[in-house]
Design a protein around this ligand. Sequence first.
Ligand code: FAD
Length: 403
Amino acid sequence: MHIAVIGAGLTGCITALGFADRGHRVTIFERASRLLSRASTANEGKIHLGYVYSADPSFHTAERLIDDALLFRPLVERWISAADFTASVCDPFVYAVPTTSALPLAAITGHFARVDARIRIRMEELGLTYLGQPAPEDFRPLPDFGVDGVSGFLTQERAVWPQGISKPLTRAIERHPRIEVSFTAEVDRVVEKGEKWRVGFTRADAKDDGPFDIVVNAAWADRRNIDRRSGHPSVGTWFTRYKFGVVLHHASQHLPNAIPQNITATSGPFGDCVYYPANDSLYASWYPVGMCFSTTTDQLEQPVFSPADAQDLMSRTWQGCASFAPALGTLAALATPPAADLVGDFIIAKGRSDIHDPESGLHQRSDHGPARLARGYWSIETGKYVSAPRCAMECVERSLAEF
Ligand SMILES: Cc1cc2nc3c(=O)[nH]c(=O)nc-3n(C[C@H](O)[C@H](O)[C@H](O)COP(=O)(O)OP(=O)(O)OC[C@H]3O[C@@H](n4cnc5c(N)ncnc54)[C@H](O)[C@@H]3O)c2cc1C
């Protein structure tokens, strides 16, 4: 069969590789001029085990993310080497709980204990490890965390360096004899023609392409717009945020002997920091600064930052993160700004309000995955980076099953 995949993020790339390895010809249509250039490299790379979703009383988010996390490495490693994967894995996260947390400390530690128990059960049932790590240890308090008003807990959760995954994956796509990529191809809609599908583009002078036996929409931020224009509007209200973090380059030079542990502050609109040893870079995000656009409509505005704005946003991010990682405050105070970049993208989830609201749908992130819109037309709601490989491979298996 000939299959079209819209969008070359982690979801689209794994989908394409999955179909191609089963002997099908695949064309990827990508709006940008390179693979894996958007959310799948602009994110923090946390391979969530659900610790941060303590505000989901159903526990479904943790259950879902634990399975997604256990499957992440075995699925991705079908196309990248074990050495490349291992090199991208970061140290475990400390969870920092400030006194201003939206949930009481006891509720958070109770949630952590439930997460740890669930991880053990699912590792046993699925016969999988978490990112190839040895048998996990339960979370434990860090009495010497050393920040006033903040309790620290070491967990087993880790991040990967997203570019450490995307570079070898890009090579796998480039080398695959059955995958071709059409760059700067912005898809407008998918049109049914007989038993097959054609793909139409936004550029007026671009001719429709096809016929394709199967079309998979993995366009993330533009996914629902493409589906709507193709006659399949999504149901429910979606809350879209644009969030950025700051990547500090040559971190060990700027913070000699002072690189903080990997930390997530919870529960509420706080922040994270992650050190990527493979690249000597430090990612930091502070929610009150980094969450700079939100909407419940489908009209997305990509923020544009002037260099002066960017510098101010970086300093304010580090200053905010200093509340749980004091070393980052020293970066904000430097007279000469260190080499750093703002990296961000859209985050899309069902909901009507932001995470400040305990009732927000954003606290429940368990219903992502591939949806069959018609015979041969599939649309993948990735949910999270950690979930992309599983969503992609589920789509490959389910869509092929009906042919
Ligand atoms: C700041 C930030 C931090 C995050 N941190 C984490 C984290 O730590 N852990 C986690 O699990 N998740 C995290 N996420 C979420 C995660 O990044 C996304 O869920 C995931 O990367 C989405 O993958 P994707 O392949 O679906 O989308 P993308 O990687 O965005 O790929 C979609 C592709 O489709 C292309 N495209 C879009 N529209 C069209 C069109 N009309 N025609 C053709 N091509 C099109 C885009 O150019 C893009 O290449 C974070 C997100 C952000 C923004």
